[in-house]
Ligand binder design. Sequence first.
Ligand code: SAH
Ligand code: SF4
Length: 371
Amino acid sequence: MTNLLNFNQQQLADYFVGIGEKPFRAKQLMRWVYQQGTLDLAQMTDIAKVLREKLANEASFDLPDVQKELISDDGTRKWLIGANNQKDGTSSSVETVFIPEEDRGTLCISSQVGCALECTFCSTGRQGFNRNLTVSEIIGQLWIANQSLHQADGYDMLAPTDRIISNVVMMGMGEPLANYDHVVSAMQIMLDDYAYGLSRRRVTLSTSGLVPQMDRLKEDCPVALAVSLHAPNDALRDEIVPINKKYPIKELMAACNRYLVKAPRDFVTFEYVMLDGVNDTVAHAHQLLEVVKSVNCKFNLIPFNPFPNSGYGTSTPNHIRVFRDILIHAGYVVTVRKTRGEDIDAACGQLAGKVLDKTNRSVKYIPIEAG
Ligand code: SAH
Ligand code: SF4
């Protein structure tokens, strides 16, 4: 059986041509699946019956399982999505989070089971790496959340104008650029007018700084870009974001500027986790201004979200304010991320899921409780 949810429009058209059908069937099918939210071939009435019978025999729409759905007092929702490993029968899970705000609804999507990049302050990174998510598991998170939010809202049909999810951020578990092909195909479905039709400005990919893939992304699927900077010099960044040893800050800044030539927005957002006494002093703020000065950027300061045995503390509100004001006085737009969904552990960097480490390196750490 071919899982049709693994294909973007081009791949789906190729599939139809491959079974002797017209390529426009891809557009028809995508409208049913992503806009109407139906996976039932019987309902896809503009597709010839014989073709539907053929599809029933050789194709499928396999979504990942929803293991749990949690709703916070502040309206934030979290889904625990099953991500089993069919090769060895082990079971893991990832998390998807919906954050409603006045003027938008943002869905935070995971791209990998675990993460191999070992950022020291990140609970996903501490759990090790299991595997990449497939396209259907990535786009399936949007499908599932969209369906569930519309049902909760009393809608029968998913008219594209009724967008509850207006923005997507690839900021859940995993490093999206380390699962490049699957993430790009899934984002193409998000942007596709026959599917979710989101604007490139409303889809944001966050990366810890994989320079070669940033260069590819600007050609293949330029969306808004956030970069996890977190430190204002190589010595400290080498320690807390170890991929920096491979792609140091200067190279990363140059890659940001190359990206901006093709980007849908004219700035990069630098994310900066506020770690008490580690990267949050006045001197760090001034150093930060120096290293980013060649790049058109905004800052998003993220108060560190603690998790058991992390070894880090959150910067005090006063330190965060002083740090923020230095950047603001230098003329930058700075946001300080509010923690949402605390009662369901939906905050950034707390997305723990359940990862069975394939690299066996997380034994170095004391295991972290899931969720
Ligand atoms: N792998 C990608 C995207 C996922 S994480 C990346 O690193 O950019 C989304 C953001 O949350 C990143 O900026 C990440 O560094 C940050 N983050 C990770 N753990 C955190 C924690 N415990 N507290 C606050 N932010 C955290
Ligand atoms: Fe991976 Fe991002 Fe966590 Fe680093 S911060 S370990 S890149 S998920």
